[in-house]
Design a protein around this ligand. Structure first.
Ligand code: ZZB
Length: 258
């Protein structure tokens, strides 16, 4: 899987990690680094998700930068030349995802320039970086969790300002309009993140429709088909220094049995 790693610069730490991280990070700039397959949707980021019970680290990538992700992802990056020296993993601190909730970070290319970290139970520890950037207009999973947290903010201990950013249309799709996740949620009667069967179906449809029928309605490549815009946005983000290629090695278990 060839993902794009996005550099979301932290502008304000949550109370739970602030002291711990500031004690070890030195003069480095810190970034949350979600892995995405859909750079063309990033104009619509409203927040960032972490798994509440997943272990995260702060990793010094070099003298100037530190990344927040799982140790597994930091190891992969070290062998892909993202860190210097190559192959070296330098972990400065460790904490649970729940402690990061409420951290504020820049969302590159997003119409909302700064977003908050929120918890999502569906984040998989063994995929990507364990950090996910959220686009509720185009991703059914993001839609379901974002609105669940907004609806029951008090129950989930979410400050209402962390879920205040309104999702915006960024991709026009043929039959599903310009907020495909909203349309699919209605059609498939998705009420919450617990509706995993409908969510899996919705994700499948959203990927296909977005890719084959999508047209950009936001950003630098407005008017282009998603198929044509996708590689251009990827390159543009890399050129601007806000993203880097991140590849996932094949799983040993899968490659042996198949
Ligand atoms: C922004 C985005 C916008 C995404 C969208 C999807 C969609 P896949 O297809 O299963 O490989 N993701 C990345 N890492 C994780 C993780 N550890 N746990 C859970 N979800 C994760 O998944 C790749 C996509 O799943 C990534 O692309 C990321 O969310 C999320 F409009 O980034 B995406 C229809 C999907 N739309």
């Amino acid at each position: 899987q060839e993902y794009l790693g996005i550099k979301m610069e932290v502008v304000e730490w949550s109370d739970a990690v602030k002291a711990k991280i500031e004690a070890v990070i030195g003069s480095r700039t810190a970034y949350l680094v979600p892995a995405t397959l859909r750079p063309e949707t990033l104009y619509g980021q409203t927040n960032c998700f972490v798994g509440p019970s997943i272990k995260y680290g702060v990793f010094a990538m070099n003298d100037k930068e530190a990344y927040i992700c799982t140790v597994r992802a930091a190891r992969n990056m070290a062998f892909q030349g993202t860190s210097a020296p190559r192959g070296v993993v330098n972990q400065l601190a460790e904490f649970d995802g729940i402690e990061l909730v409420g951290t504020k970070a820049k969302a590159p290319f997003s119409l909302n320039p700064e977003v908050y970290v929120l918890p999502m139970d569906g984040v998989v520890a063994t995929k990507g970086t364990g950090v996910v950037t959220s686009v509720p207009s185009d991703s059914p999973d993001d839609y379901a969790t974002f609105f669940e947290l907004r609806k029951k903010a008090e129950y989930y201990k979410i400050d209402p300002k962390w879920v205040a950013i309104e999702p915006v249309p960024v991709v026009e799709t043929g039959a599903y309009g310009n907020m495909i996740a909203y349309t699919l949620a209605k059609q498939l009667k998705i009420q919450s993140p617990k509706d995993t069967k409908q969510l899996a179906e919705a994700k499948d449809i959203a990927y296909k429709e977005g890719f084959y029928t999508g047209v950009m309605i936001a950003g630098e490549f407005k008017g282009l088909k998603v198929q044509d815009a996708k590689p251009k946005i990827r390159e543009s983000m890399i050129e601007h220094g806000v993203a880097f290629p991140y590849a996932e090695p094949e799983s040993l278990v899968v490659s042996r049995s198949s």
